[in-house]
Design a protein around this ligand. Structure first.
Ligand code: GDP
Ligand code: IMO
Ligand code: MG
Length: 429
């Protein structure tokens, strides 16, 4: 039994898509186990860019099973568009792509409520992606959610939809919004059901059959540790368990299946949306990071907030995920800087601390304490081995390992699949 986890260690957009695509070579099955189309995972193969929101990032490899697990929330229209794009690019999906019948469906009222709730929050808005993720997970917890299994049984779907809409329409009317018509929503989703039917199956059985056959499975996390519903900077988080533990509930496996956890770490930090970001650089440095790193959202196109690497945050993420190695991405972006900073501790209430506060109001108050490193000022995007990297870059990477207490397995020096330097096997064992 061999399961390996790829997970974001910061605020999302660490380069998970690129790394999952690169590592798919080594596995037989790739599983998305949480999140929805709030995610945007970029894969660049032979210069062609594909942004995946719902399909596992192993989908561009042939001969790999890709499973969307029960822990996800799926917008069928987005899923179909993505499926059509991948089919048009010449990939085979039937018999390779599977959607768990227990995955929840994003309905039109989820998207509307996402927007209405953000308006209601006013100044304190989260800056959600507006894709209906929070309201869909809330309905799951409220036992009002509709799952893919329901959608395939159309008479049951209509019955559930009518019942849920009775309640949702009452809520929407009280908020001054227009109610939904059962027949209209039904007609739209009936169409999705017909097209998606060939892909829907029992996700847990599929995963366990693969494990029984001795196959290697990679679990692809979405978002990042600091956006986790429990461990992130609440309430400025997403609505699912983004840390490695989410794999178990989101795919239906026990923790003993997991052999290794590759924590994806961007060589600096970014964040989209509201919420504390201790090392954020709002001036020239932040703008430079944004331009050099092309830091604009893969889902919403929003400019990402940028800042220096934060080891206090990263050490917390390493613990939360049980990271067995770090994959360091976008190291090449730092070539543009004369001086590179790493936050090694925080100052809070006049005292130095190594601990990431659990209270968001305290995260808002910390002042980072930095170590400065001389930049290498050399293009490293063509480096293929550790030895080819400039000595100053090597030193900087070794310092990250030391501060994190976790070894680096891969260094990514560009968006392309081939722009990856292997130090050690990320999925040993
Ligand atoms: P994800 O959500 O974690 O999959 O990350 P995104 O795809 O949202 O954002 C990462 C961005 O950085 C994408 O545009 C990638 O193509 C790009 N990228 C990934 N790794 C590297 C790298 O090592 N260097 C550079 N320059 N770009 C990278
Ligand atoms: P990937 O998988 C970066 C952020 C949103 C917002 C908060 C809540 O590409 O790394 P939501 O729509 O989930 O309710 O929004 O979470 N967010 C992400 N930020 N990368 C992501 O995914 C994100 N998914 C959600 O910007 O602040
Ligand atoms: Mg992304």
């Amino acid at each position: 039994m061999a399961g390996y986890v790829v997970v974001g260690m910061q605020w999302g957009d660490e380069g998970k898509g690129k790394v999952v695509d690169y590592l798919t070579e080594q596995v037989d099955v790739v599983v998305r186990h949480q999140g929805g189309n709030n995610a945007g995972h970029t894969v660049v193969v032979n210069g062609n860019t594909t942004i995946l929101h719902l399909l596992p990032s192993g989908i561009l490899h042939s001969g790999r099973q890709c499973i969307i697990g029960n822990g996800t929330v799926l917008d069928p229209a987005v899923l179909l568009k993505e499926i059509d794009g991948v089919l048009a690019a010449g990939h085979e999906l039937e018999g390779w792509l599977f959607i768990s019948d227990c995955a929840h469906i994003i309905m039109p009222y989820h998207k509307l409520l996402d927007k209405v709730q953000e308006q209601f929050r006013g100044e304190g808005k989260i800056g959600t992606t507006g894709r209906g993720i929070g309201p869909a997970y809330a309905d799951k917890a409220d036992r009002l959610g509709i799952r893919f299994g329901d959608l395939l049984n159309l008479s049951m779907f209509r019955e559930k939809l009518a019942k849920v809409l009775e309640y949702k329409n009452a809520v929407l009317k009280s908020l001054g919004e227009n109610p939904y018509d059962v027949s209209e929503v039904y007609a739209e989703y009936e169409g999705y059901a017909e097209r998606l039917r060939p892909y829907v199956g029992n996700g847990v059985t599929l995963v366990h059959n693969a494990l029984k056959d001795g196959k290697r499975i990679m679990f692809e996390g979405a978002q990042g540790a600091m956006l986790d519903i429990d461990h992130g900077t609440f309430p400025y988080v997403t609505s699912s368990t983004t840390v490695a533990g989410g794999v178990c509930a989101g795919a239906g496996v026990g923790p003993s299946v997991v052999r290794g956890v590759a924590g994806i770490v961007k060589a600096y930090c970014t964040r989209v949306g509201t919420g504390p970001f201790p090392t954020e650089e709002t001036g020239e440095v932040g703008e430079r990071l944004r331009q050099e790193g092309h830091e604009y959202g893969a889902t919403t196109g929003r400019p990402r907030r940028c800042g220096w690497l934060d080891m206090v945050q990263l050490r917390r993420a390493a613990l939360l995920n049980g990271a067995t190695s770090i994959v360091l991405t976008k190291a090449d972006v730092l070539s543009a800087f004369d001086t590179i900073r790493i936050a090694v501790a925080y100052e809070l209430d006049g005292r130095r601390t190594d601990e990431f506060p659990s209270q968001t109001c305290q995260v808002e108050q910390v002042t980072p304490i930095y170590e400065d490193y001389p930049g290498w000022r050399e293009d490293i995007t063509g480096c293929k081995t550790w030895e080819e990297l400039p000595e100053k870059a090597q030193k900087y990477f070794r310092r990250i390992e030391e501060l994190a207490g976790v070894p680096i397995s891969l260094v990514s020096v560009g968006p392309g699949r081939e722009q990856t330097i292997k130090l050690t096997e990320p999925f040993a064992g």
